[in-house]
Design a protein around this ligand. Structure first.
Ligand code: NAD
Length: 288
């Protein structure tokens, strides 16, 4: 299949390479020349604009920084430039309202479209092991699913347009909350005289067990290998967690959902990211 790919950064670069490996003809565009050079090395054909990449494409995948850029790219470069009937897949993490608006406008212009944000970082993008949470009609999902499956290990239909983004921000708000809770528990256990490994052995098989503890432990040398074992580098950056928390809290306010802990988590990550935006989000334990 001819697939246009727009946004070949940390995530998109690896994802586009996996589409090539799956046998697709990838028509790539990014504003960055370095990203385009990497894409060529991975076997993509590169173009001078997103419009050119979209011409002749049967599918368009985008992996862009934020909702304003997604809107601008779809308005100016995709809608009316990709052949009518193409399936459009936006994998960026953006706000629910913008995702729904872009999908609605695309449909008016004769396209089917899904929002398909991902769970998993740069390593999962490169390794083809992302989880995609997908919003859109049954028909759009059926067309998007095999394309996404070439880039991930799980593709889950979350319901109507925008529901992929809704699932993503609710999940990441919960992740922020249990990471902070896990960090607080380890720091307090230490101050009360408990060895961190002993606390892990107890809590990991007790009711405090959670993913931040047993899959991504914030204490170096405890639990499976995690960014804590690499000086809190190379995982999920605190700045990106703050981006997702801002999207989550804005969405909560828009629908009148009460998220007291989510708001507190945002305040904590806002303070942390001021000087540590590139540090892994589990580095919050250092402030305790
Ligand atoms: P990135 O900044 O590395 O990549 C974004 C790319 O988009 C850049 O190469 C940039 O040049 C390009 N770009 C910007 N404006 C453009 C335009 N108008 N036309 C074409 N290209 C344009 O970011 P990333 O880490 O790859 O993240 C991409 C998306 O994935 C974000 O929405 C992010 O929230 C989400 N995400 C990231 C991670 C992660 O761990 N990095 C994990 C999950 C989700």
């Amino acid at each position: 299949m001819k697939i246009a790919f727009i946004g070949l950064g940390n995530m998109g670069g690896g994802m586009a390479a996996n589409l090539v490996k799956a046998g697709h003809q990838v028509r790539a565009f990014d504003l960055s020349q370095a990203a385009l050079a990497h894409a060529r090395e991975a076997g993509c054909q590169t173009f001078a604009s997103a419009k050119d990449a979209c011409a002749e494409a049967q599918a368009v995948v985008s992996m862009l920084p934020n909702g304003a850029i997604v809107k601008q790219v779809y308005w100016d470069e995709v809608i009316g430039h990709a052949p009518e009937g193409a399936i459009l897949l936006d994998c960026s993490t953006i706000d629910v309202a913008t995702a729904r608006e872009v999908i609605a406008v695309s449909e008016v212009h004769g396209y089917q479209m899904v929002d398909a944000p991902v769970s998993g970082g740069i390593a999962a993008a490169a390794g083809g092991t992302l989880t995609f949470m997908v919003g859109g009609s049954d028909e759009a999902f059926a067309r998007a699913e095999p394309i996404l499956a070439a880039m991930g290990k799980a593709v889950i239909h979350a319901g109507q347009a925008g529901n992929g983004q809704a699932a993503k921000i609710c999940n990441n708000m919960l992740l922020a909350i249990h990471m902070i809770g896990t960090c607080e528990a380890f720091a307090m256990a230490h101050k009360l005289g408990l060895d961190p490994q002993v606390f892990y052995d107890i809590a990991s098989v007790s009711s405090g067990q959670n993913w931040s503890m047993t899959s991504y432990c914030p204490v170096p040398g405890v639990g499976p290998k995690s960014p804590a074992d690499n000086d809190y580098q190379g995982g999920f950056a605190a700045g990106l967690m703050l981006k997702d928390l801002n999207l989550a809290i804005d969405a909560a306010h828009a629908v009148g959902a009460k998220v007291a802990l989510g708001e507190h988590a945002r305040a904590i990550y806002e303070a942390f990211a001021k000087d540590n935006a590139a540090t892994d989000f589990s580095g919050i334990i250092r402030t305790l």
